[in-house]
Write a protein that binds this ligand. Structure first.
Ligand code: ADP
Length: 170
């Protein structure tokens, strides 16, 4: 039987609002595991994002310029439908905590019901990044003082710091 889905192509779906060091770590490790990795920015109608999808795409692209097998796209609708449309066999996700595992497990079971041919592969957060979330860094940017830029260095790639502070402190 011919192989329909590409098992060497994984899609890392998320909001990335904005990209954190935790996300960037998953992207680098995913790029080392799969021949091709697509970072897919989902448009979630229930969330009020800080950055537009185009801004998020530009920021991620700037951070991963050295990774030749990674591309970045935006999509709307169900993630699993996007993965299927791309003919990729793998949806890549990351988890940090037991709470993440609970939510990710439920979501991956729902996705498997919708698209049994697609496998979700999870990478554990790197030990230096398991405390990092996009919502936490937005709080640091909003409530931080004049040293917010240096504080953010431990949480987001350097390319993200200035645009983040501009959004949060304007
Ligand atoms: P979503 O809105 O889909 O949860 P996120 O941008 O918050 O989007 O996260 C995308 C994926 O990356 C999720 O699987 C999430 O668990 C994972 N992730 C988020 N932050 C980290 C981190 N610090 N380390 C590892 N994985 C992470």
């Amino acid at each position: 039987m011919p192989k329909i889905l590409n098992t060497n192509h994984a899609i890392y779906v998320g909001s990335f609002d904005p990209l954190t060091l935790g996300h960037a770590d998953i992207i680098r490790r995913g790029a080392g595991l799969f021949e091709r990795l697509t970072v897919a920015i989902g448009l979630n109608p229930d969330k009020q994002p800080l950055f537009t999808p185009e801004e998020r795409l530009a920021l991620i692209s700037e951070v991963i310029t050295d990774l030749e097998n990674v591309d970045v796209v935006c999509f709307s609708g169900l993630a699993v439908n996007f993965v299927r449309q791309q003919k990729a066999a793998v949806m890549l996700r990351g988890f940090r905590t037991l709470t993440d595992i609970d939510a990710e497990f439920t979501m991956s079971l729902a996705n498997r019901t919708l698209a049994p041919e697609i496998e979700t592969v999870f990478l554990m957060a790197g030990e230096s990044y398991s405390h990092i979330s996009s919502s936490l860094i937005k709080q640091i940017a909003q409530m931080g003082q004049e040293n917010a830029a240096s504080q953010l260095e431990g949480f987001v790639p350097k390319e993200v710091i200035k645009p983040l502070l501009e959004k949060c402190q304007s």
